[in-house]
Design a protein around this ligand. Structure first.
Ligand SMILES: *Cc1c(COP(=O)(O)O)cnc(C)c1O
Length: 347
């Protein structure tokens, strides 16, 4: 630590990425408010804010605070909750969202967060790895960019086409995506455009993402707040075409942004998100003691590298990444199969 004029100079510095993405909505609104003409006697009409809770027409249903009061006075929920959320609340979210689904979501598909904002933070941070990029809509919701730049995840922007009711420019998505693209974010119903994607357009988005091998993050924080003639359809309906992470919260539909309750939900009936957990059935294998032994022999005999599960806390499993060229994946899996046949116990 340096000492200047007898004072310590602290080494503290903020994350410079945060300043770089500093055109925040609230910052601009503060400047606009300060710029008003003091002599104008008319009341200010706030058409720029996203929080209507101060207006009497925007009161949440009394059922909601009553339920919270009951839960509080029950003294049953003062404990630390599980990291993924209280079981009853996860079940309630799964049941609520399943009403719009062709299949039933499980409470295990639901992860509760501190508002949709924390859902964005978690999902974007988890996806950030060196050289990875992610596709965001333009125009979009600035929280995504802020979070990506903090995590050093490259943000690429596809366009929404105003002449087509703000539909996704799927050509620009195809042009932007490459082998390092991890996911594509859609916001439906749209903030800031207010449109709602049709079933047909959602299907096209799902098919495009599936062809590109990237999964979808669907921000549905405005779910069911649909203006115009298109009914709201959740992206998770297409979960068997492409895995979907749905982000949502109670902030907008129930007009309680201060309650900070949101969720991440997986819609992945084919289990793609879990496909890299392979369990070893050791009694079927001759001369293989455990996962490390399996991986060492596989590397020596077949020049295929897979990670023993013990390194990620799951002993006797294998951690296989599928994020390689398709031909290499096929070759690798073929060699693992040959290795297995050589080591399979004779019946
Ligand atoms: C408001 C909003 C969020 C944040 O939701 P909270 O639950 O208030 O954190 C996320 N995405 C979009 C598109 C929003 O408009």
């Amino acid at each position: 630590m340096e000492v200047i004029n007898g004072h310590k100079k602290w080494g503290f510095q903020g994350n410079p990425e945060l300043n770089a993405s500093s055109i925040s909505v609230s910052g601009v609104l503060t400047k606009l408010m300060a710029n008003r003409n003091k002599d104008d006697k008319r009341p200010t009409i706030p058409l720029g804010r996203a929080d209507p809770t101060e207006f009497p027409s925007y009161r949440t249903t009394p059922v909601a605070p009553d339920a919270v009061a009951d839960a509080t006075y029950s003294y049953n929920f003062n404990c630390y909750p599980p990291t993924v959320g209280v079981a009853e609340a996860r079940r309630a979210v799964a049941e609520y969202l399943s009403k719009d689904f062709p299949y039933q979501l499980s409470p295990d598909d639901v992860y509760l967060t501190a508002g949709c904002t924390q859902a964005i933070e978690i999902v974007v941070s988890v996806l950030a790895r060196p050289n990875a990029n992610i596709l965001f809509p333009r125009p979009g919701y600035p929280q995504y960019e802020a979070r990506a730049s903090c995590s050093k995840l490259e943000a690429r922007h596809y366009d929404l086409i105003p002449e087509k009711g703000w539909e996704v420019d799927l050509d620009s998505v195809e042009a932007l995506a490459d082998e390092n693209t991890v996911a594509m974010v859609i916001i439906n119903p749209s903030n800031p455009c207010g449109n709602v994607f049709t079933y047909q357009h959602l299907k096209e988005i799902a098919e495009t993402a599936s062809r590109l091998g990237i999964f979808l993050i669907s921000d549905e924080v405005y779910g069911h707040l649909a203006f115009g003639s298109n009914p709201f359809v959740p992206m998770g309906v297409f979960g068997s075409t492409v895995p979907v992470l749905t982000l949502g919260s109670i902030a907008k539909r129930w007009i309680v942004p201060g309650w900070r309750l949101g969720w991440i939900v997986t819609s992945d009936p084919n289990g793609i998100f879990h496909q890299s957990g392979v369990k070893l059935n050791l009694p079927l294998l001759e001369g293989i003691i455990d996962d490390v032994d399996f991986c060492m022999k596989l590397a020596k005999e077949e020049s295929v590298i897979v990670l023993p599960g013990v390194t990620v806390g799951l002993k006797n499993c294998l951690r296989i990444t599928f994020a390689v060229e398709h031909s290499a994946l096929e070759d690798g899996l073929g060699r693992i199969k040959a290795f297995y046949h050589r080591h399979a116990k004779m019946k």
